[in-house]
Design a protein around this ligand. Structure first.
Ligand code: FAD
Length: 520
């Protein structure tokens, strides 16, 4: 049967997705008197991961007058995060700086939706299907309403369309925003569930987030979400996930027991409240994520990693900044400048969050020391979600110095050195990229990446990066090759039979090491 548009409406702003990002943005814009529609495909209340909130998210919730709703839903008042490694040296506690909460997202997102309705946001139940265009400008969307036959679609004409669809990244799927590419923590897998009867500490400490970790990238969380229910999860690199068990339940159970004996003991009398869930390869980014008549916020364009609970906080902060940009665009009719400024601020903040997490995994014990040392205040602010406009903060400068200092040794100032810096910054702490070498010769520069395995997603991400390098450094005298150790040894065997140019360009042995994690 042919699809047809059975209803059409017109608004200033149409928002796809009613998570914390979409609902915060819709509420802030509706408060300023604009007509806003927010579309959600799931029937609320619905489960969602992302239960521990930062102090920055707490500020936004107060601004949205959410305190009574939080009390009604039995949200837990959180005062800090305790991180526990294998020994007391790597244990630390950071306060949240400004009071905040741990929440059951089903009740939390439903309460945010109620608040949005109160300020006049038009909530629609349905799934976004495609965007409307007016030339190159996005001018609205078409959705499938949940309560209508599948052929009867609804149309929304909008001056601005906001993608807040979370991991679905709707505008990326529609090829409006850029493609979705793997990011630094792409190889992680999380398995988790809500439990009753988890043993918590007495008093206020029992309301806090506890993070346990063992070896790098192996960690677990314990987050009390109501007075009775606790969210518990285990996160592992994909390469070790299957060694923990055949299915998610086994992995969760083995992870809880092997990551830290204290956690195992806390779980001794615990009863699961629901099935065990899994999320794989959750770290990605979309670029570009703003354009004429549209922008993306929150997980719809980037998700770094959950260890420091930045997700909701980031989505809400971006919603606030984007709402200012959208109000400006609506007033002037020009989306270009305000949306680009939003994108720059967002990218810079997400990079700070990403570097903080890389820094933690590179120097876990020193990170703990930093939260007690001279830069304590800075680290507490960053962990409270204050990651916007913080590139000059002494802690960020010092952290980046440790992370991005490249041992460039004999490499002369110039093109190869500049490329090496770029590569180090982007990939030295990126899962799946094991090593990078650069060689400089008469016929140009050869950059080679050693990957841990064949992975289409990784190849695609590297290919985008390669294109950026060609744009900035020229294509004619720059060669970029990526290979796995298996392919490298095959090529080496073939090398004597190949042309001199190819073999020289294909192996890093004579090149300068930018980083090589295989040795450590
Ligand atoms: P979402 O909350 O994902 O909301 C998107 C909404 O869009 C959904 O309701 C979805 O149904 C809807 N939607 C999707 N497609 C369509 C469509 N086509 N049409 C209509 N609606 C659509 N963050 C924290 O702050 N604290 C934590 O403790 C935390 N723990 C995490 C643990 C793990 C393992 C993971 C993977 C993430 C965690 N996060 C955490 C991150 C957090 O879940 C997200 O960052 C946050 O929910 C992002 O909010 P959002 O509004 O951008 O998107």
């Amino acid at each position: 049967m042919m699809e047809f548009i059975s209803k059409s409406e017109e608004v200033d702003v149409a928002v796809i997705g009613c998570g914390p990002g979409g609902l915060t943005l819709a509420t802030l814009i509706a408060e300023s008197g604009r007509r806003v529609l927010a579309l959600e495909r799931a029937k609320f209340p619905r489960y969602h991961i992302g239960e521990s909130l930062t102090g920055t998210a707490g500020d936004m919730l107060r601004r949205l007058h959410m305190e009574p709703a939080l009390e009604k839903m039995d949200a837990v008042e959180k005062s800090g995060v305790k991180v526990i490694g294998r020994d007391s040296m790597s244990e630390f506690f950071v306060p949240v700086l400004r009071p905040t909460w741990q929440v059951d997202r089903a009740a939390f997102d439903a309460a945010l939706m109620e608040r949005a309705r109160e300020v006049g946001v038009l909530i629609r139940e349905g799934s976004a299907r495609y965007v409307l265009r007016d030339g190159s400008r996005v001018s609205g969307l078409v959705y499938q309403p949940s309560d209508q036959p599948s052929v009867a679609l609804h149309e929304v004409k909008a001056r601005v369309v906001v993608d807040a669809s979370g991991h679905s990244a709707f505008l990326s799927q529609q090829c409006v925003a850029g493609p979705r590419r793997v990011d630094a923590f792409a190889r992680q897998i999380a398995t988790f569930a809500q439990f009753k009867n988890v043993r918590r500490d007495p008093g206020a400490m029992g309301n806090n987030t506890f993070i346990y970790f063992s070896e790098p990238l192996h960690w677990a969380w314990m987050i009390p979400v109501t007075s009775e229910v606790t969210s518990v999860g285990v996160v592992l690199p994909a390469s070790t996930f299957s060694t923990y068990g055949a299915n998610p339940q086994d992995v969760l159970s083995r992870g809880l027991h092997s990551i830290n004996p204290e956690l195992a003991e806390r779980m001794a009398g615990a009863r699961p409240k629901e099935r065990v869930r899994v999320i794989r390869n959750y770290s990605y980014r979309v670029d570009p994520f703003v354009g004429d008549g549209w922008l993306c916020i929150g997980d719809a364009h980037r998700f770094v990693d959950p260890i420091f609970s930045f997700g909701v906080s980031m989505a809400m902060s971006e919603a606030e900044i984007a709402s200012t940009a959208i109000r400006q665009a609506l007033a002037t009719g020009n989306c270009e400048r305000p949306f680009q400024q939003f994108a720059q601020r967002s990218n810079a903040a997400q990079d700070v969050a990403s570097d903080l997490i890389r820094y933690f995994w590179k120097f876990p014990a020193f990170f703990g020391y930093q939260t007690r040392g001279r830069l304590r205040k800075d680290f507490i602010r960053l962990l409270a979600g204050d990651v916007f406009e913080q590139e000059d903060m002494p802690a960020v400068v010092s952290m980046r110095k440790s992370l991005h200092d490249v041992p460039l040794g004999s490499l002369r100032e110039g093109k190869a050195r500049d490329i090496a810096r770029r590569v180090h910054q982007r990939y030295a702490h990126f899962q799946g990229v094991e090593a990078a070498y650069i060689a400089e010769g008469e016929d140009g520069v050869c950059l080679s990446f050693v990957l841990s395995d064949e992975d289409v997603d990784l190849y695609e991400a590297l290919s985008d990066f390669e294109e950026d390098l060609y744009d900035d450094f020229g294509r004619d005298d720059l060669a970029v090759v990526s290979y796995t150790p298996k392919l490298a040894s095959a090529l080496k065997r073939l090398a004597p039979h190949m042309s001199q140019g190819f073999s020289r360009r294909s192996f890093h042995d004579e090149g300068h090491r930018i980083f090589d994690r295989r040795a450590s």
